[in-house]
Design a protein around this ligand. Structure first.
Ligand SMILES: [Zn+2]
Length: 512
């Protein structure tokens, strides 16, 4: 007899239905074959399914079993097909009767028949809804991830035996022993978590740097910090995520999908509810950073989507790596081409880069002497130029903090307070750019700037002086105006005033 069970495959960030056809032939020598581009982990499914069926009290038929995963041209990977294959065998060998045309099944089987957590459940749950299936059966461990999707019924399955009992008691009343209780859609489990380890109130001193980070957050400007080791650059970058505007439910879904496909969700963090912070090392491979692989997976830039990408020791990143970042930063997504087609991963992140002033880190420091040769310093500083630097609006110096500042008892402003100002400034920008393809000041084109950057007379005078005195290039002129726009937004000022321009001028790179 032939059985058909529907499962799902993840392609990029989306899922497609996969039909698992199982034929148990009445004649022929006993065998077990899987066709339809299975990879090794799908091949190994045979052993798991065989043991799981036996250990769940079912029969593994000693017959010719053929499993076809359709469509055949799509590569299949991972152990998620264990459950649909086992269910197909139960039906095709007439051990079980079940009406399953409205349902999607996925899950990895242990040898004892219990189900293990799998990756990619969120895109599959979204597919279940969008393709008008009614139910999805998944491992219990994946429940939270799936149940943020409404309009479908999510069945958390503990083990194969439970699934078997569920269908054999199908026509009996709910609440019967053996029946799987469907999970309730729970949008309410979505709440913004706050990590107290990282908060601006724990950063003493560094008022200038903190202000620059506030401006960066308010206008979505990328930022570069230069300073000696131990100045707190990493702590500030981590805390930066806590002053960005709140993650909306839709954004949280976007980010969670990426983490689901990257297999980075777990029982403690089934849903990503706060802005991600990613800090790839400068030795991270191209694929690790940008994404890729035989079956494409998101890289660090996509894992930082809607959050912070922190590039510490920025001059140590190779030119090729920085060059590869350029296009995705411009597009807000990265396209990965493979023989089987291309996939797109989003990557809208805030870039925070950090660099020492010189190889030893103490150039210009008051407490320690720099031991670098002048040529080494020049070479080092030259490396902080090039492709990405054009996309960094705000440049600041972060000095070592004086000891008395560190020991003062007074607490600094909390992330919450700063974040509420940032949010207001972003709300202004959202209104401003309504109907345009941009959402923040950092993204303004020259044309946008003409329309939206209304400078008062004094600020025009100041800018003119800066152009001649500081020899500002056209590019840095644009940068200064954009940042001034953001600083004005933080004060809810429609016009850009002189003090806004004056502050913006402080954030230009020293090389300008
Ligand atoms: Zn040095």
């Amino acid at each position: 007899m032939l059985a058909k069970v529907t499962s799902a495959a993840v392609v990029g960030l989306d899922a497609l239905p996969i039909t698992v056809e199982v034929d148990v032939a009445a004649q022929g020598l006993p065998s077990f074959t899987i066709v339809g581009l299975p990879d090794k982990s799908v091949e190994e499914s045979k052993e798991r399914v065989r043991a799981a069926l036996k250990n769940s009290g079912a029969d593994f038929p000693a017959k010719k079993i053929t499993v076809n995963l359709a469509p055949a041209d799509l590569p299949k990977e991972g152990p998620a097909y264990d459950l649909p294959i086992a269910l197909g065998i139960l039906i095709a060998s007439e051990q079980l009767r079940a009406e399953i045309t409205d349902s999607i099944f996925m899950g990895e089987l242990s040898l004892d028949g219990s189900l293990r957590r799998i990756w990619g459940v969120l895109p599959c749950a979204i597919m279940t809804r969008d393709q008008n299936f009614k139910n999805i059966f998944i491992p219990t461990d994946n429940l939270d991830e799936a149940s943020i999707i409404n309009k479908i019924t999510v069945y958390p399955v503990k083990n194969l035996r439970q699934l078997f009992d569920h269908f054999t008691t199908e026509n009996l009343p709910a609440g019967m022993a053996g029946k799987i209780e469907p999970a309730k859609a729970k949008k309410q489990i979505f709440k913004v978590l706050h990590n107290d380890d990282y908060d601006f109130e724990n950063i003493r001193g560094q008022e200038n740097a903190k202000r620059a980070l506030e401006v960066a957050a308010a206008g979505s400007h990328n930022l570069l910090m230069k300073g000696p080791p131990g100045a707190g650059k990493t702590l500030m970058a981590r805390s930066y995520a806590t002053i960005l505007p709140k993650l909306s439910f839709e954004e949280s879904l976007e980010v969670t999908k990426i983490y689901s496909v990257a297999n980075l969700l777990n029982r403690q963090n089934p849903i990503i509810v706060s802005r991600p912070f990613r800090s790839p090392h400068h030795t991270t491979s191209h694929i690790g950073l940008i994404g890729g692989g035989n079956i494409p997976r998101p890289g660090e830039i996509s894992l930082a989507h809607r959050g912070v990408l922190f590039l510490d020791e920025f001059p140590e990143f190779t030119r090729q790596v920085l060059e590869a970042l350029r296009q995705p930063m411009e597009d807000g997504h990265v396209t990965i081409s493979r023989a089987a087609g291309s996939v797109k991963f989003p990557c809208r992140f805030s870039l925070v880069a950090a660099a020492n002033p010189c190889p030893c880190g103490y150039l210009g420091d008051e407490t320690k002497n720099c031991v670098c040769t002048p040529s080494a310093i020049t070479r080092y500083q030259k490396r902080i130029s090039g492709p990405i630097l054009d996309r960094i609006d705000i440049h600041i110096t972060v000095p070592a903090v004086k000891v008395e500042k560190l020991t003062t008892a007074s607490k600094s402003e909390s992330s919450k307070t700063i974040q509420s100002r940032v949010q207001k400034a972003r709300d202004i920008q959202e209104k401003r750019f309504k109907g345009l393809p941009i959402t923040s000041n950092a993204e303004m084109s020259g044309k946008n700037m003409k329309q939206f950057c209304n400078l008062d007379e004094l600020s025009i005078t100041l800018l003119k002086q800066a152009i001649t005195k500081l020899n500002l290039s056209a590019r840095s002129f644009h940068r200064v105006v954009k940042i001034a726009r953001t600083i004005a937004d933080l004060e809810a000022s429609v016009k850009i005033k002189q003090n806004h321009v004056a502050e913006a001028l402080q954030y230009r790179p020293q090389t300008d």
